[in-house]
Ligand binder design. Structure first.
Ligand SMILES: NC(=O)c1ccc[n+]([C@@H]2O[C@H](COP(=O)([O-])OP(=O)(O)OC[C@H]3O[C@@H](n4cnc5c(N)ncnc54)[C@H](OP(=O)(O)O)[C@@H]3O)[C@@H](O)[C@H]2O)c1
Length: 303
């Protein structure tokens, strides 16, 4: 990719799984990268680029975000920070709304105040349970939808341009999250039996490099002024596999037979049996890494 040295990116969620991969890619592509973290964030995932990025610690206030946006003057804001919980407890409500709605709105308010109008937002396929236009799988998905509703106000009243990328399951190297492949790897290491639901649900697994590429294509689209308002795209392979099939491929590619007790635990409430498939694909983007190739990349990246 050509160097874009004049481009300044402001990234939220840069310490997370996708955000850290995106940050590495932006740095390698010549962007000047600023990230916003909270006081208790660690930069574990960003060690290789630590000296190439500028870190801003947000104190939680709107004024704090105003000062950050004013000093950075980003060309594009990549907003990935979020609290994801598939199932929440009453004690999670405040922190989930704080990041997914309050922080997100403070960020947009700061952008508008400083005439920064390019926002890449991150949504989830879980806003579309049973393929509906809107039906949240869980409270987390409802907060993503609520923020989109808030964005509507800014889009209608200011020059703000937004692309929301709606993500599905993601996987890749250096994944600190408790997700499917990290769980399978842990099971393999510990040689323990793993109770799983019956495994008939279809899952969209998108390799992290493809997800990062979607952000880059969307960033170009924003900067090229190819549209006005708010566009939404799904970031999917279009080829979901059953959970059982994914585990089978994992076993074949790693040569490890896992002790899985299918049906050892029930499906979740509102388990997604068929992923949302009514979104539009981002023009100019297509997933390139199939599941076998993705598993191989993880295996070889570790050696
Ligand atoms: N990965 C998926 O499969 C998937 C699917 C659908 C949608 N998404 C969306 O994609 C985005 C990235 O997901 P991910 O899996 O990479 O997330 P992740 O690994 O859980 O990372 C979440 C990020 O949000 C940051 N964050 C949380 N609270 C914050 C706060 N109060 N202030 C500033 N930053 C805060 C975290 O920072 P610290 O850890 O440093 O606190 C971290 O960098 C999220 O918006 C998520 O909802 C992901």
């Amino acid at each position: 990719m050509a160097k874009q040295s004049s481009n300044i990116a402001l990234v939220t969620g840069a310490t997370g799984f996708i955000g850290s991969h995106l940050t590495h890619h932006l740095v390698a592509s010549g962007w000047r990268v600023h990230i916003i973290i909270c006081p208790n964030s660690t930069l574990q995932q960003l060690q290789l680029v630590r000296d190439s990025i500028t870190v801003h610690i947000h104190d939680g206030t709107t004024e704090g975000l105003f000062a950050i946006v004013k000093s950075v003057k980003p060309r594009v804001v990549f907003h990935l920070a979020s609290l994801f919980l598939a199932q929440h407890t009453p004690g999670d409500v405040v922190s989930m709304l704080q990041i997914n709605i309050t922080f997100s709105t403070q960020l947009v308010e700061a952008m508008i105040a400083h005439k920064i109008y390019h926002l890449l937002n991150t949504g989830t396929s879980w806003q579309h349970y049973e393929n509906k236009d809107y039906s949240p799988v869980c409270l987390y998905a409802a907060t993503k939808q609520a923020f989109e509703a808030i964005l509507q106000f800014y889009v209608e009243t200011t020059p703000l341009q937004v692309i929301t990328l709606k993500l599905f399951d993601t996987y890749g190297l250096n994944d600190p999250r408790e997700k499917l492949f990290t769980l399978l790897e842990k099971t393999a290491r510990q040689s323990k039996e793993l109770p799983m639901p019956p495994g008939e649900q279809l899952i969209e697994m998108v390799y992290v490099d493809d997800v990062v590429e979607a952000y880059m294509v969307a960033a170009s689209r924003l900067q090229n002024g190819e549209f006005r308002g708010h566009e939404r795209y799904e970031v999917s392979t279009g080829s979901p596999l059953k959970l059982k099939e994914i585990v089978e491929v994992f076993e074949q590619e790693t040569g490890i037979k896992l002790a899985i007790r299918w049906g050892g635990r029930p499906y979740r409430d509102r388990e997604v049996m068929v992923p949302w498939n009514k979104g539009d694909l981002l023009p100019g983007w297509k997933a390139k890494v199939g599941i076998r190739e993705g598993i191989r990349r993880i295996q070889s990246g570790r050696q």
